[in-house]
Design a protein around this ligand. Structure first.
Ligand code: NAP
Length: 221
């Protein structure tokens, strides 16, 4: 599977405010770039923290891009995927609407009733790992459903785990010309953090592009 992480951060590396409220960090040209990224993948993954904070739909917004996907024999929108160990995704979440297939990755600790509610809402529930979702095993299961190209749209807890498990192939970051601040505001990679410098994931910078009033940094991982 090819895993591409894309996020927008402030100059000081924050994904949102300390209240975890969604903020517009990028502008229309970057939204369009992100829409093109979505149009080119089989699935879009977020953590349940992002679902609870932002309630995203994760669909392709541009009509021509959806038509292009259909001409290529793909569904108009990529599948939506949530990493959600305890099945906390609300059954009325936007990404459970009928615009695309939705996979919820849970762990063995998820309560049966919550899993049943998500299934009743139309999700395909994939169980891996105890405590937290085992992302490597979950991605193997997603491949069985035809998800070979995955775009990850955050947030910081999930992105850290993906780096920790060595699952990231490509990273693009929009750096907006704004300072958000706050020691408790989510950053691009939160989690426990790496302590041994030898374990820091090393990235290779492949491109720098000015977009809106910011820059997009592209890396191979
Ligand atoms: P997140 O990364 O979206 O979700 C984290 C949650 O995912 C964890 O708490 C965990 O909850 C679940 N999870 C399941 N398996 C996991 C695993 N193996 N590793 C890590 N997490 C796993 O949440 P977040 O870091 O709080 O980010 C949300 C914030 O980021 C919001 O404020 C949102 O607005 C912002 N955001 C910004 C951007 C941007 O591009 N600027 C993009 C997305 C989000 P369980 O243990 O319950 O499963």
């Amino acid at each position: 599977m090819h895993v591409h992480v894309n996020a927008a951060e402030s100059v000081d590396g924050k994904l949102s405010t300390r209240e975890r409220e969604q903020v517009a960090i990028s502008g229309p040209a970057d939204f369009d770039r992100m829409d093109e990224l979505r149009a080119g993948v089989d699935g879009v993954l977020v953590g349940v923290g992002t679902v609870l904070a932002d309630d995203p739909g994760l669909t392709v917004k541009n009509d021509e891009r959806r038509e292009r996907r259909e001409r290529d024999g793909a569904p108009p929108n990529p599948a939506r995927v949530v990493a959600d160990s305890r099945a906390r995704t609300p059954p009325d979440a936007e990404l459970l609407d009928d615009a695309a297939a939705t996979y919820v990755l849970v762990s063995e600790d998820a309560a049966e009733a919550d899993v049943a509610a998500l299934s009743a809402a139309g999700a395909t529930v994939i169980t891996t790992g105890s405590g937290r979702v085992d992302l490597t095993a979950a991605f193997d299961r997603l491949k069985e459903y035809g998800v070979e190209r995955l775009l990850v749209e955050g947030g910081g807890e999930l992105i850290f785990s993906l780096f920790e498990a060595d699952l990231v192939d490509r990273l693009t970051v929009y750096v907006g010309s704004v300072v958000i601040g706050g020691r408790d505001a989510p950053t691009l990679a939160d989690g426990e953090g790496f302590t041994d410098p030898d374990s820091f994931p090393e990235l290779s910078l492949t491109d720098v592009e000015r977009v809106d009033d910011g820059v997009v940094l592209a890396y191979d991982a």
